[in-house]
Design a protein around this ligand. Structure first.
Ligand SMILES: *[C@@H]1O[C@H](CO)[C@@H](O)[C@H](O)[C@H]1NC(C)=O
Ligand SMILES: *[C@@H]1O[C@H](CO)[C@@H](O)[C@H](O)[C@H]1NC(C)=O
Ligand SMILES: *[C@@H]1O[C@H](CO)[C@@H](O)[C@H](O)[C@H]1NC(C)=O
Ligand SMILES: *[C@@H]1O[C@H](CO)[C@@H](O)[C@H](O)[C@H]1NC(C)=O
Ligand SMILES: *[C@@H]1O[C@H](CO)[C@@H](O)[C@H](O)[C@H]1NC(C)=O
Ligand SMILES: *[C@@H]1O[C@H](CO)[C@@H](O)[C@H](O)[C@H]1NC(C)=O
Ligand SMILES: *[C@@H]1O[C@H](CO)[C@@H](O)[C@H](O)[C@H]1NC(C)=O
Ligand SMILES: *[C@@H]1O[C@H](CO)[C@@H](O)[C@H](O)[C@H]1NC(C)=O
Ligand SMILES: *[C@@H]1O[C@H](CO)[C@@H](O)[C@H](O)[C@H]1NC(C)=O
Ligand SMILES: *[C@@H]1O[C@H](CO)[C@@H](O)[C@H](O)[C@H]1NC(C)=O
Ligand SMILES: *[C@@H]1O[C@H](CO)[C@@H](O)[C@H](O)[C@H]1NC(C)=O
Length: 296
C-alpha cells in the first residue's frame, strides 16, 4: 500500500515575551493570524481550506468558541482592543471589542474589500472599485477624525501602525503615508527613492521589500529596529513590526529572525521552527507554524 499522509497546522504562540508557548491543532493550511493587544491579549486566525473559514481565537492561552460559527471570513486584523474581519467576498466588515460584541463598519456590495489592516485604533482597507484599489479608513473608537489618501490613488498594499499608515502605489511602486503624526511625512520622504513591493508599519518605523527583494526599513531607529540583519535579495518573506522591533521569516527555511527592541526580541526560542506567517503586537511577536504528519 502507498503511504497516505495528511497535513495539519499547529499554532504556536511564540512569545518572545509574556505569553507562554502553547500548541493547538488546526485543520487546513495557510491561514492569516491577528493579535489584539491592550486589556486582553487575544490571538486569532482564519481556518482556511475548510467549507467554512471560521475565526478561531485564543485569549489568555485558552481556545475560545468560533466567532459567528456559521460565517466564512477572508481577511482578519487586530489592534488595540479591536478585532476586525471581512466576511467572505469582502462586502461586509465586522469588528469586535474584547468581549466579542460585534459592530458592522462597512457594507457595500458594489465595492468589496480586498485587504485589511489595523494600527492601534485606525482600521484601513482597500476597496476594489473601477480597476483600482483605493484606501478606505475608519476609527475604531469613532472619536478622532480619520485621514485617507486621495481616493483617485490606487494601492497594491497598505499597512497601519501607531498613528499612521503607509501604502505602496500601484503603477510606480512608491510609498505614500498618511495619518496624524509627523512620522508619516518623514517616513514617506525616506522611502521616496525606493520602488517597493510591500510595506509593514510599526510604532515609528516601517519596513518593506523593494522590487529587488531587499528588506528596507526607515523611520525611528532608537531601538535598532531599522538594522535589518541581511541585505540580500529574497532573504526574507513575511515581515512583522512591533512598536520598537521588527521580525522577518527567512524565505528558505522559514525560521524567524528579529531585530531591534534593544535585543530583547532576538530570542533562540524559535530556533529550528518553521513559520507560515507572523504578526506582532506592541512588544511581542506571534507565529503560525506548519507541521506535516506522516503515518503508514
Ligand atoms: C509588554 O507590554 C505590556 C503592556 O504594556 C507589559 O505588561 C509587558 O510587561 C511588556 N512585556 C515586555 C517583555 O516588556
Ligand atoms: C463591548 O461592546 C458592548 C456593546 O457595545 C459593551 O456593552 C461592552 O461593554 C463592550 N466591552 C468592552 C470590554 O468594551
Ligand atoms: C458603495 O461603493 C460604491 C463604489 O465605490 C460607491 O459609489 C457607493 O456610494 C457605495 N455605497 C455606499 C452605500 O456607501
Ligand atoms: C479587482 O476587480 C477587478 C475587476 O472586477 C478584478 O479583475 C481584480 O482581480 C480585482 N482585484 C482584486 C485584488 O481582487
Ligand atoms: C485627488 O487627485 C485628483 C487627481 O490628481 C485631483 O484632481 C483632486 O483634486 C484630488 N482630490 C483631493 C481631495 O485632493
Ligand atoms: C511635528 O513637527 C513639528 C515641526 O517639526 C513640531 O512642531 C511638532 O511638535 C511635531 N509634532 C509631533 C506630534 O511630534
Ligand atoms: C533621493 O535621490 C535624490 C537624487 O539622487 C537625492 O538628491 C535625495 O537626497 C534622495 N532622497 C533621499 C531621501 O535619500
Ligand atoms: C550589504 O551588506 C554588506 C555587509 O554588511 C555591505 O558590505 C554592503 O555594502 C551592503 N550592500 C548594500 C547595497 O547595502
Ligand atoms: C538559548 O540561549 C540561552 C542563553 O543564550 C542558552 O542558555 C540556551 O541554552 C539556548 N537554548 C537553545 C535551545 O539553544
Ligand atoms: C535557517 O537559515 C539561517 C540563515 O541561513 C541559518 O542561520 C539557520 O541555522 C537555519 N535554520 C535551520 C533550522 O535550518
Ligand atoms: C519603545 O521604546 C521607547 C523608547 O525608545 C519606549 O518609551 C517605549 O515604551 C517602547 N515601547 C514598548 C512597547 O516597549
Amino acid at each position: 500500500m502507498t503511504t497516505p499522509f495528511t497535513a495539519a497546522i499547529i499554532i504556536l504562540l511564540t512569545a518572545v515575551s509574556s505569553l507562554s508557548p502553547s500548541a493547538h491543532a488546526l485543520g487546513g493550511s495557510a491561514a492569516t493570524v491577528a493579535v489584539v493587544y491592550g486589556s486582553a491579549t487575544t490571538i486569532c486566525t482564519i481556518i482556511s481550506q475548510q467549507p467554512l473559514q471560521q475565526i478561531q481565537c485564543w485569549q489568555n492561552g485558552q481556545l475560545l468558541p468560533p466567532i459567528i460559527p456559521t460565517t466564512s471570513f477572508d481577511y482578519i486584523a487586530g489592534g488595540r482592543d479591536t478585532l476586525c474581519a471581512t466576511r467572505s467576498g469582502g462586502f461586509i466588515l465586522l469588528c469586535w471589542n474584547t468581549t466579542f460584541n460585534s459592530k458592522r463598519l462597512y457594507n457595500n456590495y458594489s465595492a468589496p474589500l480586498t485587504s485589511l489592516t489595523i494600527g492601534d485604533t485606525q482600521i484601513c482597507g482597500l476597496t476594489n472599485i473601477t480597476s483600482r484599489q483605493s484606501v478606505i479608513c475608519w476609527r475604531g473608537n469613532e472619536i478622532s477624525s480619520v485621514q485617507t489618501p486621495n481616493g483617485t490613488l490606487g494601492f497594491s498594499a497598505i499597512s497601519s501602525g501607531l498613528g499612521f499608515s503607509c501604502g505602496v502605489l500601484e503603477g510606480n511602486s512608491r510609498v505614500l503615508c498618511w495619518g496624524d503624526d509627523n512620522n508619516s511625512v518623514s517616513i514617506q520622504s525616506e522611502f521616496s527613492n525606493f520602488s517597493m513591493s510591500n510595506i509593514q508599519v510599526g510604532g515609528r518605523h516601517a519596513c518593506g521589500m523593494d522590487n529587488s527583494g531587499v528588506v528596507i526599513c526607515k523611520g525611528n531607529n532608537e531601538n535598532s529596529q531599522l538594522d535589518v540583519p541581511s541585505n540580500s535579495s529574497y532573504e526574507y518573506s513575511g515581515l512583522a513590526l512591533g512598536s520598537n522591533h521588527s521580525c522577518a521569516i527567512r524565505r528558505l527555511n522559514r525560521t524567524v529572525v528579529c531585530w531591534g527592541g534593544d535585543g530583547e526580541f532576538s530570542s533562540n526560542v524559535t530556533d529550528g521552527i518553521s513559520f507560515e506567517s507572523i504578526v506582532a503586537g506592541l512588544n511581542y511577536t506571534c507565529g503560525l507554524t506548519t507541521i506535516l504528519f506522516f503515518w503508514a
